[in-house]
Design a protein around this ligand. Structure first.
Ligand SMILES: [Zn+2]
Length: 320
C-alpha cells in the first residue's frame, strides 16, 4: 500500500472507531444496543462456562475453530467474573466502542481476545447472530414504550430517594442472549458513564420486570457501594455493626422494586420477592427497610434518619 491509500485507510479506521454505532432505540435515560461483538463475546463466555449440546450442524473446520475459541475463553477469560474483574469490564467497554467495526483491530494487550473473536465472527454471524439480534430487538421494542411512559417519574423518584444525580450521559444498555449468571450487570467507567449488559432471553427479565431491572441496574450507577449519601450514612450509623457486605444492594432491590410496583399501579411482584432473595441476613435487613426506608420513600423520614433506624433495628434483632 503506498502512502496515500494507507493514510486514507487510517483515517477511515479512526473515523469508524470514533463514530459510535447508532443505538437501536433511545428512551428515557437509556440508549439500547444490540452489539454483534458484545453478543459474540458473551455467547462464547457462556458456552465456555456451560458446554452446550454438541453443535453437529457445524462443518468440521468451523467446529474446530469454534472449539479453539471456547478453549481460549476457558483458559483466559471464564476464570474472571464479567462484573467484578475490571479487565473484563474494559473488554466490554472496548467492544461497545467497536460496535460498528466489521472486524476487530488486533492490537494492544488484548490482541489475543480480538483475534479469537475475529476467528469465529463469520461462524457466529451465520449460525446464531440473526436469532440473537432478533431477540434483542424484540426485548427493546417491548421495553421502550414502558420506559417512555414511566421514565420521567422513576428517574425523579430514584434521584430524590437516593439524593443522587442521574448520570450526565445516557445509560448504555446492551442486550445479549447471555449477560452473566445473574441475568444482568452494570459497571461504571470513564467519568461516570454507566454500562448495563442485560440478557434478552432471561425469563425473569421480561414484561414489567424489564422496567424494574433496567432502573435497578441504572441505580448501581447512581448508588456506589463505597461513596455517596447512602453508603456514607450506612458507614456512619453502622460503625462496629456487622452488615451484609452487599448491603447497598438490598436497598437497590427494594427501592427499584417498590417504586416500579407503585408506579405500575398493578399487583406487580418485585423481582427480589418473586425470586425469594430476602433470605437470612437479607431478610432481617429487608424487614427493617420495609418499615423505615418505605417512610423515606414516602417523604416522611430523611435518608439519614431512615438509615439510622434501620441499622438500630437490625442490631436489636440480632441481640434478641
Ligand atoms: Zn443489582
Amino acid at each position: 500500500m503506498n502512502l496515500v491509500p494507507r493514510l486514507a485507510f487510517l483515517v477511515l479506521l479512526l473515523m469508524s472507531r470514533t463514530l459510535h454505532a447508532a443505538p437501536v432505540a433511545q428512551a428515557g435515560p437509556f440508549e439500547f444496543h444490540s452489539d454483534f461483538w458484545l453478543n459474540l463475546h458473551h455467547f462464547l463466555y457462556e458456552q465456555a462456562l456451560h458446554p452446550a449440546k454438541p453443535r453437529t450442524d457445524l462443518t468440521a473446520s468451523d467446529k474446530a475453530a469454534w472449539d479453539n475459541a471456547l478453549a481460549f475463553y476457558r483458559r483466559f477469560l471464564t476464570p474472571h467474573d464479567l462484573l467484578l474483574d475490571p479487565h473484563m469490564q474494559s473488554i466490554d467497554t472496548e467492544l461497545a466502542e467497536d460496535e460498528s467495526l466489521p472486524k476487530l483491530v488486533v492490537n494492544g494487550p488484548d490482541a489475543n481476545v480480538w483475534d479469537t473473536l475475529n476467528s469465529v465472527a463469520a461462524i457466529y454471524r451465520a449460525r446464531w447472530w440473526p436469532a440473537h439480534d432478533q431477540t434483542n430487538r424484540a426485548f427493546i421494542a417491548a421495553a421502550v414504550p414502558l420506559v417512555q411512559h414511566y421514565a420521567p417519574l422513576l428517574t425523579k423518584q430514584l434521584s430524590t430517594v437516593y439524593e443522587a444525580a442521574w448520570p450526565k450521559d445516557p445509560v448504555r444498555v446492551d442486550l445479549a442472549e447471555y449477560a452473566n449468571w445473574a441475568g444482568a450487570y452494570t459497571y461504571t467507567y470513564g467519568w461516570g458513564k454507566v454500562h448495563e449488559i442485560m440478557s434478552s432471553t432471561n425469563a425473569s427479565y421480561q414484561g414489567n420486570a424489564a422496567l424494574e431491572m433496567l432502573f435497578h441496574e441504572a441505580s448501581h450507577g447512581m448508588v456506589p457501594t463505597d461513596s455517596g449519601r447512602l453508603a456514607t450514612q450506612l458507614a456512619t450509623a453502622g460503625k462496629g455493626v456487622s452488615m451484609p457486605k452487599d448491603v447497598v444492594h438490598i436497598f437497590i432491590f427494594y427501592t427499584a422494586g417498590e417504586l416500579t410496583r407503585r408506579d405500575l399501579a398493578t399487583n406487580y411482584l418485585p423481582y427480589a420477592d418473586s425470586k425469594h432473595l430476602y433470605q437470612d441476613d437479607w431478610a432481617r435487613w429487608h424487614n427493617s427497610i420495609e418499615v423505615y426506608w418505605k417512610q423515606h420513600i414516602d417523604g416522611t423520614l430523611s435518608l439519614n434518619d431512615a438509615v439510622d433506624k434501620i441499622v438500630a433495628d437490625t442490631r436489636r434483632k440480632v441481640v434478641h
